[in-house]
Ligand binder design. Structure first.
Ligand code: ATP
Ligand code: NAG
Ligand code: NAG
Ligand code: NAG
Ligand code: NAG
Ligand code: NAG
Ligand code: NAG
Ligand code: NAG
Length: 676
């Protein structure tokens, strides 16, 4: 240094240019580089891959595996003032970055080094960091002090992890090392990990301080955004460097790549003997060639995962909700839109189909009571399980057309909803429940008096008449019985469940079509051919008339008498002329005998085994209202037509059903009536 004295004013110039050496009057000497641009003029000594980029970065390695690079300050520093004396205090600061194409790994590392020479011939790359080789490692004649920044874990050097800072004396086996990190003064001095590798392009500043009195070596790290040197060093090692270093020593950097390529950069560097290294102006450092700075601002780094988790949570909730309220909806349903209920509305209306809202269980499925949230309207929701997709369109259009049917004696169908394997039908709620409960005294329902019964019979007849004749097409009920007659708030009877029996027909082989209806209500020709007609409805209505008047189920099973048909029993009394004996004993004789006999006789007529012998609903209405007297009806009158039927092998009752011809009464036998 003495041979190249620089006038004191030059320090200012050099400080301004931020390049090169300085000397102070106090005998301090050192240098500062805030950029290495023009550093070849500053005479840094390079070897291997080391170079200065046009932007002023000191680049030690490039993206080539197993290479090394060195850069040295051109002249040595006099660390010992006298031969074999003590090594002076010194202080170094530098800013480095390691850029790897992979975010997790990079090999190998770099080191700040003090050594007797400006190069390391014979040194190896990779884990030897371009400093030593397997034979020269750990030899006191190396006279080497280094601070390694290692990004690979090498067992032979007892590395603590794949990512550490170590103090090395003559050997790559560190005297002491620490995972790369820093004590963050801004956050209570906590130890924070530092990420170096990958494309994060986060330069890190390192301070290396040696005190000759205490022989303490401090190594301090901090990301460059931390402007001031942390008060607590990451590493502190006591080692008397006087026993290591030669009197004069060169200072510089070494870096090496291993199997994974990476680039090692030094952005700025300062050194001072017997004084703190001059602070590096971070703002003036050259920019790193980051492939792209895809790192996010800190606020986003924190909020983004939270937002992501929240988003996932919301998505999962929505999916669960969609699953819970999932419906089947197809293009063809658009036209039925107004009749379609959303599953969510029905779910809410029934409080999630709670069992306490079950009104009853039918052949199709459960019926729930619900209150629609928006209109506060009371509804009955029938859940019908249905897996056949086939025929669904036809069925739904039927449901919708049934929804157009409006009559005071029909339970209004309000709409439907479809889910996978499930169909939901929404009806007006009938607050007084189904008729069977009254007839058979279930649920403590009161006994219906005769006037109520005759009214119910007329109501049901009127509803069925409407279905058969008043609508633009004939609608068959197919399942008339007391349990399908519902009583509204004014005890008016309304026919429910009409038209729906078709649900069972859809998509099934006509050969195997199972019979729709209820035992005791199925007309003999329906049982034979499976073909329903208005007259099969009339047959069931006949049984219904007997059911209401007698207060008995159409088929009774008793231990003493075995299976008994209600119609047989009534017919026996009819033949004996003792019809009033069949009237419900719960009426205690308070009924109009003529009316009761008319209803019972009409019931037998409607239940006639020969379809053409049954009246149609229009006539039933007339008979019930007394507008037309019942035709003469004796056992003798039916016998001839019955015989004709039995003789005629090719008889197809369905063919003769409609139009109804009316007056061909004959005698019927008890055997035929009971279906035996
Ligand atoms: N609209 C409604 N209002 C009030 N209660 C109803 C309504 N619809 C049905 N219920 C009740 O639910 C029960 C079951 O009805 P559903 O019509 O499904 O069965 P069912 O008539 O007994 O048998 P099936 O399904 O063979 O016709 C009825 O007995 C009745 O008590
Ligand atoms: C670089 O070296 C040349 C000759 O070796 C010398 O003339 C020049 O002053 C040196 N530059 C610096 C900045 O040290
Ligand atoms: C310095 O020490 C070395 C070896 O320890 C010795 O060979 C040499 O003579 C010493 N030099 C002086 C000037 O004491
Ligand atoms: C190891 O390095 C030394 C110099 O540091 C050199 O003399 C020697 O030849 C090298 N050995 C190998 C095997 O490269
Ligand atoms: C240490 O290095 C010196 C010089 O290279 C060499 O002569 C000596 O044999 C080495 N010692 C060991 C133990 O390898
Ligand atoms: C720092 O990283 C190391 C290794 O990756 C880990 O074991 C340690 O827990 C981390 N420390 C902190 C404070 O995050
Ligand atoms: C090393 O760090 C400790 C703790 O902060 C400090 O007391 C000591 O003076 C430092 N030594 C040097 C050489 O900087
Ligand atoms: C360091 O070592 C040198 C030479 O071995 C010795 O003179 C000096 O006293 C030592 N310093 C301390 C602080 O032990």
């Amino acid at each position: 240094m003495e041979n190249r004295p620089v006038p004191f004013f030059a320090v200012f110039i050099l400080y301004l240019s931020l390049l090169g050496p300085f000397f102070t009057s106090a005998g301090e000497e050192g240098f500062i580089y805030t950029s290495f641009a023009g550093a070849s003029a500053a005479n840094l000594t390079f070897d291997g891959a080391a170079t200065v980029t046009p932007t002023g970065l000191l680049q030690l390695t490039k993206n080539t595996p197993n290479i090394q690079g060195h850069a040295f300050y051109p002249t040595p520093f006099q660390f010992k003032k006298q031969p074999n004396g003590t090594v002076q205090s010194f202080s170094v600061a530098f800013v480095f970055a390691i850029i790897s194409p992979y975010s997790e790994v990079s090999t190998d590392g770099m080191a700040f080094v003090l050594a007797p020479n400006k190069g390391f011939p014979g040194a190896e790359s990779a884990q030897y960091l371009g400093l030593l080789n397997s034979s020269s490692n750990n030899n006191i004649s190396n006279h080497m002090f280094a601070v390694e920044i290692d990004t690979a874990e090498n067992e032979e050097f007892h590395d603590i992890n794949g990512y550490h800072v170590g103090v090395d004396i003559n050997s790559l086996r560190s005297e002491k090392s620490q995972p790369i990190g820093f004590y963050d003064d801004e956050h209570g001095g906590d130890l924070k990990n530092l990420s170096l590798t990958g494309c994060n392009c986060r330069p890190v500043q390192v301070w290396v301080d040696y005190d000759k009195e205490t022989t303490q070596i401090n190594v301090t790290l901090a990301p460059i955004k931390v402007r001031t040197k942390p008060t607590r060093p990451l590493l502190s090692v006591n080692f008397n460097l006087s026993t290591v270093l030669t009197d004069q020593a060169y200072i510089g950097f070494s870096a090496a790549t291993g199997p994974i390529t990476s680039q090692h950069y030094v952005l700025g560097w300062s050194f001072s003997m017997n004084a703190a290294a001059p602070a590096i102006d971070i703002l003036r450092l050259p920019r790193l060639p980051c492939p792209r700075d895809n790192s996010l601002p800190k606020i986003l780094q924190i909020t983004l995962p939270i937002v992501a988790v929240a988003l996932i949570f919301v998505v999962v909730m929505i999916l669960l909700r969609q699953l819970r309220y999932a419906e089947l909806r197809e293009d063809w349903e658009v036209e039925f839109g107004p009749h379609r209920f959303s599953y969510k509305d029905l779910f809410n209306a029934t409080q999630g189909f709670k069992s306490k809202h079950i009104l009853g269980v039918g052949g199709f499925g459960m019926v729930y009571k619900g209150v629609l949230r928006t209109s506060k309207m009371e509804v009955a929701v029938k859940k019908v399980s249905h897996d056949s997709k086939q025929g669904m369109k036809e069925f739904i259009s039927e449901v919708v057309s049934i929804g157009h049917l409006r009559h005071r004696n029909l339970v209004q169908l309000l709409g439907y909803c479809r889910r996978k394997g499930e169909l939901l039908l929404v009806y007006d709620y009938m607050s007084n429940g189904s008729l069977d409960k009254y007839l058979y005294g279930e649920e403590n329902k009161p006994v219906l008096d005769w006037a109520q019964r005759i009214q119910i019979i007329k109501d049901v007849a009127s509803g069925l008449f409407y279905l058969h004749e008043k609508w633009e097409q004939v609608v068959l009920h197919r399942d008339i019985k007391a349990s399908n007659v519902l009583l509204d708030g004014e005890m008016k009877a309304r026919l429910g469940d009409f038209g729906l029996a078709r649900l069972y027909d859809h998509g099934t082989d006509p050969q195997t079509t199972h019979l729709v209806g209820t035992m005791g209500f199925i007309a003999p020709e329906l049982a034979r051919t499976g073909k329903a007609s208005p007259l099969t409805d009339v047959f069931a209505f006949g049984t219904f008339l007997l059911e209401v008047t007698c207060g008995k189920r159409p088929i009774s099973n008793s231990v003493q008498h075995g299976r008994k048909m209600l119609v047989d029993w009534v017919l026996q009394h009819w033949q004996r002329g003792s019809l009033p004996e069949t009237v419900d004993p719960k009426l205690h004789g308070t009924y109009i005998v003529d009316e009761a006999c008319l209803v019972l006789t009409l019931g037998l007529m409607c239940s006639h085994p020969i379809p053409s012998a049954r009246p149609i609903m229009r006539q039933v209405m007339q008979y019930l209202d007394g507008d037309v007297p019942l035709p003469e009806f004796t056992p003798a009158t039916l016998s001839s037509s019955l015989l004709a039927m039995m003789k005629n092998q090719g008889f197809d009752p369905y063919a003769t059903l409609y139009p109804w011809s009316g007056n061909s009464f004959g005698t019927m036998t008890q055997d035929i009536l009971s279906g035996r």
